[in-house]
Structures are given as structure tokens and as C-alpha cells.
Design a protein around this ligand. Sequence first.
Ligand code: SAM
Length: 233
Amino acid sequence: MSILYVVGTPIGNLEDITFRAVRILSEVDLILCEDTRTSRTLLNKYDIKNSTMSFHTHSGLAKIDKIIEMLREGKNLALITDAGTPAISDPGSLLVSKVREELGDDVEIKAVPGPSALTAALSIVGLPDHQFTFIGFLPHKKGRETIFNKISVAKKGSFVFYESTHRIEKTLESLKEHFNLVDTPDRKIYLARELTKMFEECLVGSAEELIERIAMDSNKTRGEFVVIVGPNL
Ligand code: SAM
């Protein structure tokens, strides 16, 4: 029976990869990469000479069919994305669900766990309880306000989402507005930025405090972010 390995890869620091991931990536028949050029840097570092094929958001159903065909033929494949754990807010989930749908018990889908920006961020903020809702990326337009409303009125738990450098300030402004409306202006927000990379940091404060800190140093809006909104205490 063929195997599709879903392999976690680093979210910045290339040393963050497991021995097993390196072995599996060396042994499979083909590695499916979100961006073959991005992954080549990682593969070269570990001297993995295996063949690669791209699989990304715009790959389309024909590519998925091709991958399913390879699995039907008995090939073992590994799926990696540009950073972290495939299927966590990236194109991996579509492929995994289609493979499950089409091949059912005729394929083994195995996790080769590794880093994820989600778990890395949660591990360093020290939330007061274990309850959190992961939103992934916020919608750009429609549905955005609804999510901010939901976060601001929630009685329990934290909310985690991924955010880009382009929208981080706008997002903090929206959180500030919504928290002011429900009279919780001090609700704590954690901005985990550039995790495992050279400029890694975690800023903590109310929306207003974070907006002020960012205004004093525009470098703080650079890079990749995980935003964690702490519980309403
Ligand atoms: N599958 C990935 C994972 O397991 O974390 C996430 C993929 S998603 C397309 C990319 C987003 O994850 C970025 O926009 C950013 O919000 C977050 N992210 C990825 N690497 C990060 C890092 N080193 N520090 C902070 N956030 C990061």
C-alpha cells in the first residue's frame, strides 16, 4: 500500500527538522512542495537529492488527480509546504482531503510531525488556560467584522490567528475599536513575530499599547506574525 507522508518542516530556522523527517524525505519516491525553489534550500542543507514536484494553491484538480494516480500506482510521496506543518492554513489540507476521499483505505496517510507557527507561538505565551480557537488567516473583507465581534464578546478562551506584515496595524486598530465597544480595552494581545528567526520577538500588551510600540519602531511590523488574543479575564 502506498503512503502519503505529511511532513513538518522549519518555520524559519533550518535546524528545526526531525531526524525522521530527513530520512523520510530522502526515502520517498517524490516530494511534493508548495514551492520547489523554497524547499530546495532545506533539501540541500540536509543533502536530500530526491525529486520534487510543485503542489500549491493554484495547482488545480488535474494536479491532484496526477498525485492520486501516483499513489494508486504504489508510489510513496511526501508533502511539505513552505513553512511548518502542511494543512495548517496552507494548500496541504485540500490535497490530504482529496486523497482521503478518492483512495480511502487504499492509502496510508502518515504524519511526520514538526514545527508549526501555531504551536510555537502558543508554547511561549503562557496562556492562563488550555482553551483556544484557531482562526487561521482572517478574511480580508467579508466576515472580518463578524470575527472581531465574536472575539470581543467571547466569555472564555483565547483566539489565535495568522497575520501578515501588510495588515498587522489595521488588525490591531480593529481589535482596539471592538474591545473599546465592549469595555475591555485592556484585553491582552500577544504578537509572536518571526519565530525561530533572527528578529524573533513576542510583544505583549493591550491593542492600544501595541499600536503605540509599533508606531515608535516600524521594524516591529515586519515579517510574519501569529496573533494571540488572550481570554477575557
Ligand atoms: N503551515 C504553517 C504552520 O504550520 O505554521 C503556516 C502556513 S501559513 C501559509 C503562513 C503564516 O504562518 C504566516 O503568514 C504567519 O502568519 C505564520 N508564520 C509562519 N512562520 C512564522 C514565523 N516564523 N513566525 C511567526 N509567524 C509565522
